[in-house]
Design a protein around this ligand. Structure first.
Ligand code: LMR
Length: 397
């Protein structure tokens, strides 16, 4: 019966985790998946999360279904974090926000919604992007193309080409954008570039879909939302998918959100209704625990301050690792320019290593990077960094 089923070659990121877990070499280093590990190489349980969980466990909590759109306190918290508590669009009630199963869930619900209401549209993702972006939108029935983004020569953005590409797109083309900490390159647009680009998005009536999974890992929680808030202030229609996987170290709880910024309250109500229907048709309603804890952290002034501090610490540790790797490699290979390690932002660094070099790192040194050459800097710590630099130098010689 199932003979005709095609073989699944595995996911380039999650498949690598499976291979890494099976590797018995004690020196192995996981720089593949985008997970923040602390200085001890452990997945942290944040203090703010622990406190909220203890408080919640003290009273018996009935486990009813959440509504299709998720927990109201959580949805409000998502809106404040993304758009800023005093954003007029919130008072105007023109943002429809639902709780989703992580950032991937938000992308999926957003993609299904868009395909239902804009079936003729085409989706464009950055070249390169997170592999799953393409899969999710194709899975929803879209044709997915790419727009120019990364320039390996300058290790920056092909900004002029990107802008020119946007200018010739037909109305209602959907643009998947990374507001901060671009995955996989770590190369972001400047604020001025965002300003200009969003003008084009507005003039050409394109549909921006901003996927923010690393808020707080670039500059800080507010500055990383610059592009989102700018788009709202320009009265653009906007889709935003967000995730607490990384900045709350809440990966397995699948806490994310989808927000659609609409021109007015009436349209937001229509959109909200259809988002609920989309959720009902896929999984009915989201899980509760992660949303209760996230809302408790965001709603308490004290816990929010603790959280902010913890996000800053994670960001700073990643920056230190970038600097250390830069120093170590510059010392080993003085002829080469490794400044990109310190210029790139967020969890990822596009190393420029070829697939063959990445394979050598894995085979000869048990150092795991994604085949594209993407490295998760947050997998480095002061115990493995010299070993990793040694391995890099060996394959770069
Ligand atoms: C990543 O890019 O490594 C993360 O977002 C995890 C994932 O699901 O791919």
């Amino acid at each position: 019966m199932f003979k005709h089923i095609e073989h699944y070659p595995g996911d380039p990121i999650l498949g690598l985790v499976e291979t890494f877990n099976q590797d018995s070499r004690p020196e192995k280093v996981n720089l593949g998946i985008g997970i923040y590990f602390d200085e001890d190489g452990k997945l942290p349980v944040l203090k703010c999360v622990r406190t909220a969980e203890i408080q919640r466990a003290e009273t018996a909590q009935p486990r009813s279904y959440l509504p299709m759109e998720g927990l109201v306190a959580y949805r409000t918290a998502v809106q404040k974090l993304l758009f800023g508590a005093d954003n007029p669009a919130l008072q105007q009630e023109r943002i429809a926000t639902i709780q989703t199963l992580g950032g991937s869930g938000a992308l999926k619900v957003g993609a299904d919604f868009l395909h239902r209401w804009f079936p003729q549209a085409k989706v464009y993702v950055s070249d390169p992007t997170w592999d799953n972006h393409k899969s999710i939108f194709e899975g929803a029935g879209f044709e997915v193309g790419t727009y120019p983004y990364y320039n390996p020569e300058t290790i920056g953005v092909k900004y002029d080409e990107m802008l020119a590409f946007f200018k010739q797109l037909p109305e209602n083309s959907i643009l998947l954008l990374h507001p901060c900490c671009h995955n996989p390159t770590g190369v972001d647009l400047s604020e001025n570039q965002w300003d200009e680009l969003l003008e084009t998005v507005k003039n050409n009536k394109l549909i921006p879909f901003m996927d923010i999974a690393y808020q707080g890992f670039g500059e800080d929680l507010d500055n990383d939302a610059y592009a989102i808030r700018k788009a709202v202030s320009m009265n653009l229609p906007l889709f935003v998918s967000n995730s607490f996987s990384k900045n709350l170290s809440f990966y397995g709880e699948r806490v994310g959100g989808l927000s659609i910024v609409c021109p007015n309250k009436e349209e937001a109500a229509l959109v909200f209704g259809q988002l609920k229907f989309t959720v009902r048709r896929i999984y009915s309603s989201p899980p509760a625990h992660g949303a209760f804890i996230t809302a408790a952290v965001m709603d308490s002034e004290e816990l929010f301050a603790v959280w902010q501090q913890e996000v800053n610490e994670m960001r700073d540790r990643i920056r230190q690792m970038r600097r250390k790797l830069y120093d170590a490699l510059t010392a080993k290979l003085p002829g080469k320019d490794f400044s990109y390690f310190i210029k790139q932002r967020g969890m990822f660094s596009y190393t420029g290593l070829s697939p063959e070099q990445v394979q050598r790192l894995q085979d000869e040194f048990a150092v795991y990077l994604v085949g594209s050459g993407r490295m998760c800097v947050a997998g480095l710590n002061s115990r493995n960094i010299d070993y990793v630099a040694e391995a890099f130098a060996a394959v770069l010689k």
